[in-house]
Ligand binder design. Structure first.
Ligand code: MTE
Length: 298
């Protein structure tokens, strides 16, 4: 059996906490989740990034645009109680508590690569559940074709929302078959512990074959719809960011190449590595896009 982070979490957490203290960085004081989650066949066996890297190099514009801003500024976010409104084309619309949507006993560990559109990458041991099961709870109606997601909009708690870089709230969307794919999860934890605020607490999407911006954080609303929903980055710059945003080394961003990526933590001599089609998940997801022109549908 493959060793997973669930097997080593207590020690890893202890060592990371020591590293934080040694580095003088505020420790992520999220509680350990007793159980590390069931190991998953979908996990990569690549070495995960350290907790310190994962929690101190973030994109979360609600807390600032710098990579260390989210770690410094997200303490003000109150993540409990938290509920997610599920509405639109569902049989049971309503406000669902996170603990009901994602019960601790159902958590699975998924060690996934995360490839940001900015051409850096990490490996993150998430704890979560397939989004499909959550949507099944709400009862998806036959007319639904897309799923839209929204982050909390509250400039009091999210100081970055006082500037208008994005038309808040942050919005994302998936086609229904992408949302139902077994690789697509809602995560509430990482490294065997509750999700740190800077990583999108208390509940965020993770879609590992797409650029990281699709993996929307701190979700308060999920809407089933028959129309392709507007998404934040596409609204901001449609010539640079598309709805699909599948990782694709052959389709460059207009301002930089997507052929290679910098793995965070690879060190001075780490260099760059090749970016893989669908971030290496092609075997599982290529079938979703049969017959589509992926240069047009970027
Ligand atoms: N979600 C919200 N609400 N706001 C954001 O700014 N940034 C996205 C995505 N989700 C973002 C977001 C981007 S660009 C990336 S690469 C990932 O979150 C980063 O996730 P991480 O910080 O947990 O590694």
């Amino acid at each position: 059996m493959k060793l997973t982070w669930s097997d080593v979490t207590p020690e890893a957490a202890y060592l990371s906490r020591r590293a934080f203290i040694a580095a003088g960085i505020a420790a992520v004081a999220t509680p350990a989740l007793g159980l590390g989650g069931k190991p998953s066949a979908f996990s990569t066996d690549e070495k995960p990034n350290s907790l310190q890297e994962i929690t101190n190099y973030n994109n979360f514009y609600e807390f600032g645009t710098g990579k260390t801003d989210p770690a410094q500024n997200s303490g003000s976010l109150k993540t409990s109680p938290w509920s997610v409104q599920i509405d639109g084309l569902v049989d049971r619309p309503g406000s669902y508590g996170v603990e009901d949507l994602v019960p601790e006993a159902a958590l699975e560990e998924r060690i996934y690569r995360l490839r940001c559109v900015e051409a850096w990458s990490m490996v993150i041991p998430w704890l979560g559940v397939p989004l499909s099961g959550v949507l099944d709870k709400a009862g998806v109606q036959s007319g639904a074709k897309f799923v839209a997601f929204e982050t909390l909009h509250d400039p009091e708690q999210m100081p970055g929302q006082r500037s208008r870089i994005i038309d808040w709230p942050y919005r994302e969307g998936l086609r229904l078959d992408e949302a139902m794919h077994p690789l697509t999860i809602l995560a509430t934890g990482l490294y065997g512990r509750v999700l740190p605020n800077q990583n999108g607490a208390p509940i965020r999407l993770v879609v590992p074959w797409k650029y990281g911006f699709k993996s929307i954080k701190s979700i308060v609303r999920i809407t089933l719809t028959d129309k392709q929903p507007p998404t934040s980055w596409q609204m901001l710059q449609p010539s640079e960011y598309g709805f699909y945003a599948n990782v694709n080394p052959q389709v460059d961003h207009p301002r930089w190449s997507q052929a290679t990526e910098r793995r965070i933590g690879s060190g001075l001599f780490g260099g760059r590595q090749d970016t893989l089609m669908f971030n290496g998940y092609g075997e599982q997801v290529a079938g979703l896009y049969t017959g589509m022109d992926l240069a047009k549908n970027y």
